[in-house]
Design a protein around this ligand. Sequence first.
Ligand code: ATP
Length: 193
Amino acid sequence: MDKRKTGLFFGSFNPVHVGHMILANFMATSTDLREVWMVVSPQNPFKERASLARDHDRLHLVELAIGDTPNLKASNVEFSMSKPSYTIDTLAVLRDKHPQREFALIMGTDNLASLRKWKNADIILRDYNIHVYNRPGYPAGELADHERVTIYDAPLMHLSATYVRKAIKAGKSVRYLVPEAAAREIEITGLYQ
Ligand code: ATP
């Protein structure tokens, strides 16, 4: 039986915004991936950032953002792993836990350009497909022609979580920048204020 192709989209999602969702949904609908999991990176106790919301709050916002979107899921797999978690280790844990799935990575050309420096990059490139989206200003580099790499022109939104956090701090509405249910939760809880 064919394994279920599942793309992993890693991020701190602090908070999740529509730029992330457009991308995740593009990968779930326009590639051979059957599902995309948004993997929320935990806080690193050695690298505390005052502006980084608690793990479960960020996860909850991703779940709200996803709502009933088909084939998108939030994952907290890294919360219980030793920190910092390296992609290769997370892939090993997921592979063990879900033998019926074939995992692939999702990343922008910005990350692809530095992939060779990742822990066990050679193993990642040997064993996993990588779905890459073009990010303006970031040439894909030498890995563009790698047999594991596929590059897409995905629709992009010029937006960052930093921008969203600043807007909230300044008392502005983040309507349309953050999926509605997540924006409402941020407002109710006072997160990022
Ligand atoms: P911050 O501003 O806090 O650095 P961010 O908006 O870049 O956050 P991350 O959680 O770091 O968000 O992003 C998760 C992944 O999504 C990263 O691989 C990042 O490159 C990518 N990403 C971030 N913003 C966008 C966007 N607007 N469109 C497509 N991909 C994005």
